[in-house]
Design a protein around this ligand. Sequence first.
Ligand code: IPE
Ligand code: IPE
Ligand code: MG
Length: 272
Amino acid sequence: MKIQKINMKTSNQKEEIQDLIKSIDELRIPQHIAIIMDGNGRWGMKHGLSRSLGHQQGVVVLKNIIKSAKKLGVEILTVYAFSTENWSRPQDEVTFLINLFEKVLLKEISEINKEGIKINFIGDLAPFPENLKEVIKKSESVTKNNKEFVLNVCTNYGGRQELVRAARQLAQKSVAGKIKPEQIDEKLFESELLTCGSVNPDLLIRTSGERRISNFLLWQLAYSEIYITNVYWPEFNEGEFLKAIIDYQSRNRRFGGIESLPNESLGDSYTI
Ligand code: IPE
Ligand code: IPE
Ligand code: MG
């Protein structure tokens, strides 16, 4: 009850969203957005609630952001749900999160499927309980042919672990004589990543003001634009999401190059 009240849109907010939508350049919508959904616990505490309620409200927000992303024409959303380091939290919180993943998936999978969303889980699922693994496997297989939108959920995911795993697989293939070390290039390396086959994120959003990537997509974020907001994930909403995209659209992505300039702009050079 309390949570829903916090989440209700006022007519002012609706107007603000309409104005933000007008500022969006439909031709420059990021194809792939990655999100570090952070600040659930602090949001709960700030509202005199529990960290767990923060996680629950985080799920409500994720559902809204998926809808909004899909409506805007974003094709892929990759969200950080549980890191390899999150096991170090108190056992109660870890158990709560694991149960929440299962409950939410069971409840939402038919809607996800109806919406044409393909859901993938990225990370090492081995340590999760059999029930959860089963639900994950089922939701991936039910939605595997959906073409409207891709939702990647990073669970027990760590960027360093992913890179080590890729290196190990390549080493094994090399020892088995399937590849030669000199064949290893970026393309082959990328093919061993858990995200293999996907385009890299154009935009990374991190909520809660932390200015770090916390072991998320270390390879894939090499040239992503980064947007950090102080807003905690449970209070993130469509308006905040639109602001992130508008900010992204103001960026000049150079990928190490320079903007094309007239020839003479290099000017005279010093004699070295
Ligand atoms: C992010 O919110 C969700 C997970 C890591 C599972 P946090 O739980 O990290 O919330 P804060 O950062 O402690 O407020
Ligand atoms: C990153 O948030 C992981 C997820 C959002 C799932 P954390 O809260 O775990 O990151 P740190 O500890 O602040 O770096
Ligand atoms: Mg956190």
